[in-house]
Design a protein around this ligand. Sequence first.
Ligand code: NAP
Length: 547
Amino acid sequence: MASAQPDTTANGNTQPRPGPVEELEALVIGAGVTGLYMLYRLRELGVDAKIYEGGSGIGGTWFWNRYPGARFDSESYSYGYGFSEELLQEWDWKEHFSGQPENERYLNFFADKFDLRPHITLNAWIDAAKYDEESGTWEVTCSDGRRARTRHLVACVGILSATHMPDIPGIDSFQGESFHTSRWPLEPVDLTGKRVGVIGTGATAVQLIPEVAKMAGHLTVFQRTPNYCAPLRNSEIDPETQKQIKASYPEILKKCRETFAGFVHDFDPRSTFDVSPEEREAHYEAIWAEPGFKKWFGNFYDIMTDRDANELYCEFVRKKIRERVDDPEVAELLCPKDHHFGAKRIPLETQYYEAYNRDNVTLVDVKSSPIAEITPTGLRQENGDEHELDVIIYATGFDAVTGELTRMNVQGIGGQTIKERWADGPKTYLGLQSAGFPNFFIANGAFFCNFPRCAEIVAEWVSDCIGYMKRKGLTRIATTAEAEDAWVAHAQELTKDLLRSDVNTWFYGTNIPGKTDSFLFYAGGAPAFREKVAEVAAKDYEGFELS
Ligand code: NAP
């Protein structure tokens, strides 16, 4: 979850700082959800481990993404760490879908409770990491010249942390304020009365837009592709419900372990076509009325594999959008028609569509006429329409899953970088290691999942592996090209029945110009992944060479 480096740091100009090189057994990159748990586990196993975090605070995603409206789309009680009954009982989630400030507080509370803070170095942007074959260690250099040498390097850099800024001419000429949502300032941003432009309508923008609409003098939303957005239905957790949640953590966590995506929701085992049209509509209405991702993961099982089944639900969602937007032309612009439900990540929203009924909000279609240029005073579309703005907010997403690693200068055997190795798409064994990069673990949890639930699987696996090596006196672990090829083939095979639409989506990297089109998740689901990695560990880390 944590971001390891700002976009601008991979400049190769870092000068090693004179002074001692920090010697470690394991260096964890990033103090987000995964990194914090990784550090906790490693220290429990007696490994001399430390986190280097590029930001000035703990929290990863929940440190960086502090834009108005940022909150969980996962049920709060399914998001916290599950390993400590004491922690589960001590922490009160205030809302069913908790907001960024509380989420950041939670991760800081976790770090304090387990005394992790002394082992976390903040403001430590890692610019480069180089494997030294002779010593079998990684030499790490930060952007301020600070250095470390570590036996194991564990990247907990998150899957949505490498900011994507669009390549629009004139972007630096803008004289007003501009922000990317994932680099939102620590100080509150005053948008009162201002002319604000938001570029993008993904899950981030969908949370942001209703909040900005309340503050801005005028808000202009620049939309290229509309999304199927579904109501979040957030509410506060009352004391009685709080008690029930705390009493049912074992069942909640068990459920999350069993479901495909680690949520409390599970697909309906019936096909869309097993039921009558009336029953189908009643099911759609019932899941629509529920909070959270029930409208996706509680749907008929064939929604993600059968195009006709999917289209029936798409039309249901379009009807819901049309009911909520007053102006029929605006409603049509907000209705997706070029992709199936789930082709892009479904944003969950609170009063998103109602925002477009406000007098101070305008929706501009930048598909029919793209943004040609950012000007000193706003932006201009290709059709010549000019939009005067005081503030531009880029809600333009991320170079997901691989971006943080390909931007960091990670050099394995023979000086090969991850960027070079993954030039034709990511190659890993279990998503956890790439051949040619010994002792370098990628703990991203790259499978479609309620994030902490999959982070838990990888953090436990990697820390156990490092603990195992320590116990056995082993110092080197490297996957083989054969194991990697077999895993990549298996992962690709799993994607062949998935529906695909020809739209930009970070699921396949197609939101980033020039990035290889490749499904960036393990499509077998979280339980299958957990089983697979457990089997590998039980067979003394089959597919890895240990020495
Ligand atoms: P995103 O889904 O990739 O959306 C980026 C948006 O920017 C898209 O609407 C895209 O349009 C638009 N865009 C990019 N370049 C553009 C250009 N040159 N001109 C016009 N529009 C442009 O990114 P995101 O909204 O930040 O969400 C990323 C992921 O973060 C989500 O899918 C979700 O997994 C996660 N997230 C989670 C939460 C949560 O848990 N509550 C909240 C927010 C985000 P196109 O679609 O046409 O490319």
